[in-house]
Design a protein around this ligand. Structure first.
Ligand code: PMP
Length: 443
């Protein structure tokens, strides 16, 4: 038996005795679990352990909702849009200028995209009903993946049924407890969930601060096996972007992997909308894992990973979110493929989107609105400084025919609560001027 130094003899004997008793009890029970001693009273199971209404998350939600009700604030979530939402939308039978959709290039609702989705339903039905590995594969899946890979100039791509699940499954599968994942402090929740699943050590670095990242790597790199750095192409809360060439240089020097989530930069950055890679003119192979979603510019639903064959093939055979999940409905893959082709055919839409975003930013700044670090690429926040103010401002704009979502604590820190404006290529300058005027007057 292991020595227990520093313990008085009496205590040591008692511990040995207790360990022996435990072993005897375990041996007596077939499953190896010790049966309760007859004298032990069965402990009461607290109600919160078997009732959902006492779950701490639900309790917190109710406190927030009850507080809002008392303050006379209407719940700004789950508004019912009655048609295709783009620069305009219909809610409750009323027309609104809409800043709450990611339909950046107006591909959702585009006749060519809709026709492609309908044709795919006619040909393949509405579901593939199985994982791609086992009877779920349709030609349109591969066509989409090949075109996504070509966009980045890399070997191949894989599509998942959800953008969120793409990050969770990819990071969760590829990395493990001996690895380190470094991410921008504003990274999307799906990346955080993926890291948690992987069991890797997680370290955030200050927003867009490549020097801070370099310092962390200088200190920590050697303690880990694989190291992953995760960035977004455009940060979805702030509308700014990383200095990608700097991050590439750092990842190369430290022999780390670099992953870029292009959810909000595909279709938005670069002269043709090819994303942050085109914006900076870097090589597709300089980033190890290109990730993006199909739900924004590509007018569908799902996510993709593009990169070298060894990465994509590996994920195709072993990433749980791909392997054990159904293939995308062909209509969705067809819609995204058509949207991607339309984007290539219509670079004017990209140019207009960029011009409108810049225009919104300039107008808002001139009106004294706090737009934070936005660069005007598709996302422009109006920072209000409190969740209550953001909710009230959103309600005031809604009354005047403008739909914009408030972003509240805990999605952002309370002092950075905001309205978040998503710009579409279909917003007109007149709509933007009217919006900023009302925003300035209501703030
Ligand atoms: N990454 C980022 C940066 C996002 O903003 C989002 C959601 N908008 C996702 C991933 C998840 O994508 P999806 O909503 O398509 O599941």
């Amino acid at each position: 038996m292991k020595k227990l130094p520093g313990l008085a003899a009496g205590i040591k004997d008692k511990l040995i005795q207790q360990a022996l008793e435990r072993k005897l009890r375990q041996a007596a029970s077939p499953g190896g679990l010790a049966p309760a001693r007859p004298t032990e009273k069965k402990a009461e199971v607290p109600e919160e352990h078997y009732r959902f209404h006492l779950h701490p998350g639900y309790q917190q939600l109710r406190i927030i909702n009850d507080g809002a009700k008392r303050l006379g604030v209407k719940n700004p979530f789950f508004k019912l849009h009655e048609g295709t939402a783009g620069a305009d939308t219909q809610i409750g039978g009323r027309e609104f200028i809409n800043y709450a959709s990611y339909n950046y290039l107006n591909m959702s609702g585009d006749p060519a995209v809709t026709a492609a989705a309908k044709a795919a339903i006619d040909r393949y039905g509405t579901s593939v009903s199985a994982s791609r590995l086992v009877s779920g594969e349709r030609p349109v899946h591969r066509e989409l993946e090949v075109e996504i890979a070509a966009l980045y100039g890399v070997d191949d791509a894989i599509t998942f049924v959800s953008g969120h699940a793409t990050n969770v499954s990819t990071i969760g599968y590829l990395f493990g407890p001996r690895d380190l994942v470094l991410h921008d402090e504003l990274i999307h929740n799906s990346v955080l969930q993926g890291i948690q699943l992987s069991g890797a050590r997680r370290l955030p670095f200050p927003h867009n601060d490549w020097e801070a990242l370099d310092t962390i790597l200088n200190e920590q790199r050697h303690q880990f096996e694989r190291v992953l750095i995760v960035l977004e192409g455009i940060y979805s809360m702030d509308g700014d972007y990383p200095d990608l060439p700097r991050f590439i240089e750092i990842k190369q020097r430290h022999r780390a992997f670099l992953m870029v989530d292009e959810a909000h930069s595909l279709g938005v950055m670069g002269a043709r909308g090819y994303g942050i890679r085109e914006h900076f003119g870097v090589d597709g192979e300089d980033v190890d894992i290109w990730m993006g979603t199909l739900s924004k510019t590509l007018a569908g639903c799902g996510g993709y990973i593009a990169g070298e064959t060894a990465l994509v093939e590996h994920l195709k055979f072993l990433a749980p979110g791909f392997l054990y999940s159904v293939g995308m409905p062909p209509s969705v893959a067809a819609a995204s493929l058509a949207a991607l082709r339309r984007m290539k055919e219509l670079p004017d839409r990209v140019a207009t989107l960029q011009a409108r975003g810049k225009y919104f930013l300039e107008q808002a700044k001139a009106a004294g609105i706090d737009t934070g670090t936005s660069t005007g690429f598709a996302v422009v926040p109006a920072i209000t400084g409190s969740s209550l103010k953001a909710t009230r401002l959103s309600a005031a704009l809604f009354k005047q025919g403008i739909n914009v979502q408030p972003i509240l604590y805990p999605a952002v820190p309370e002092k950075s609560a905001r309205l978040r404006f998503f710009i579409s290529c279909m917003h007109t300058e007149a709509q933007i001027r009217a919006t900023v005027k009302i925003l300035g007057e209501s703030a």
